[in-house]
Design a binder for this molecule. Structure first.
Ligand SMILES: C[S@@+](CC[C@H](N)C(=O)[O-])C[C@H]1O[C@@H](n2cnc3c(N)ncnc32)[C@H](O)[C@@H]1O
Length: 358
């Protein structure tokens, strides 16, 4: 018979997350608490009371519970409980295992890896040639903060692209940052923070957030896109970006061609969540990451590149893309047709970065 997992204390948020995992995996589970009444009790299929670990009766009560409820594993998100169990389990209840690593390591893991990445990035900046004097680079702590919060937002921005964004924004003129294709908001978040750090300008996110615009005429991509919900994606975008808005972020829920017409006609964008934002009408950084069919990527570049000022950057994401060559063809055409006004161009990660001459 399958052993039961004990979750104790059962009401903490990570305890409840672990309960969900157990229930999904049809793992027998029992919750425990030292409170006389614990509101999380009704969420558990089975329940027991345990004294606080500091109570001399705790070890004996746990021993009895293990026998009575056939407990083989214990999950605890509480640091003090974890430390106590880690000290006593082997001698008190050989065979009963703590299933999680130290809660300190669990909660700090994301911060520690952000610090490690930040140390590397700050020590190894991308060497860019430019006529423009760069802004002072972000500190290790600033970079780690950016990485940590970006990690919490789902999306498609790989480490190499992040590294390039960190650097090109230091060499940016002032003006609006426009992102075509924001979805859950990962790259938008990164751009919005870098825009603030380097005083570049305000971020305008352009995305229809509509499932029909996800179709890229590639069977596998289209079938996975059909399983995501565009309304939910917009909510996730808002959740991730709103707390960091300092009157410098807004969005147009439109396909890029329509949004470009609106941008040409009006400098103001208003949404219920982000309020009113005034843009300059001149783009310092244009990030193209919308639909990747050739026609769509070409329409995105054609509609927006005319607003990019001298010294501004155009980023064409997924220039290297395993599912098609739309962005690559559009990028190559742009390079060929605009050679005289391009000062720098390089591919980093999967994106093409182009800087126009001043
Ligand atoms: C690859 S996702 C963007 C990922 C995002 N930049 C990130 O880093 O996480 C592509 C996005 O393009 C959007 N899109 C599709 N057609 C578009 C169009 N015509 N104009 C603007 N955005 C479009 C989709 O709704 C989707 O949100």
């Amino acid at each position: 018979m399958n052993k039961t997992v004990l979750i104790f204390p059962a009401g903490m948020p990570r305890a409840l997350d672990y309960l969900q995992k157990c229930l999904q995996e049809k793992q027998a589970v029992i919750g425990a608490s030292s409170l006389g009444y614990d509101a999380s009790r009704q969420k558990y299929p089975a329940w027991l009371y345990l004294p606080y670990v500091t109570d001399s009766a705790f070890n004996e009560a746990l021993k009895q519970a293990v026998v009575e409820f056939n407990i083989g594993e214990i999950y605890t998100p509480n640091i003090v409980v974890w430390d106590h169990l880690n000290c006593i389990l082997e001698s008190l209840l050989p065979g009963v295992k703590l299933v999680n690593a130290s809660p300190v390591d669990e909660v700090l893991g994301g911060y520690r890896s952000a610090m490690a990445k930040a140390r590397y990035l700050v020590a190894n900046p991308l060497a860019l040639s430019s006529k423009m004097p760069p802004h002072h680079p972000l500190s290790i702590i600033e970079t780690a903060g950016l990485i940590r919060y970006a990690d919490l937002i789902p999306g498609m921005c790989d480490d190499d692209k992040f590294r390039a964004l960190l650097e090109i924004t230091r060499y940016s003129v002032e003006g609006d940052i426009v992102e075509v294709g924001s979805w859950w908001g990962k790259s938008a978040f990164i751009l919005s923070r870098l825009a603030r750090s380097f005083g570049i300008g305000k971020l305008l996110c352009v995305d229809p957030w509509a499932n029909e615009h996800l179709i890229q005429n590639e069977k596998t991509v289209d079938s996975s896109s059909a399983q995501v919900d565009a309304n939910e994606a917009l909510e996730i975008f808002q959740i991730g970006l709103l707390p960091f808005n300092a009157d410098h972020i807004n969005y147009l829920r439109l396909p890029s061609v329509d949004a470009a017409k609106s941008y040409a006609n009006s400098r103001s964008v208003s949404t219920e969540e982000f309020g009113d934002t005034e843009y300059t009408g001149q783009i310092s950084i244009l990030h193209i990451d919308g639909n990747h069919t050739y026609d769509a990527a070409k329409a995105d570049v054609d509609s927006w590149e005319k607003f990019v000022v001298g010294g501004g950057w155009i980023i064409i994401d997924d220039y290297i893309w395993p599912y098609g060559d739309g962005p690559k063809r559009v990028g190559n055409e742009f390079l060929k047709n605009n050679a005289a006004r391009i000062v720098t161009a390089f591919v980093m990660g999967t994106a093409l970065f182009i800087q126009l001459s001043l």
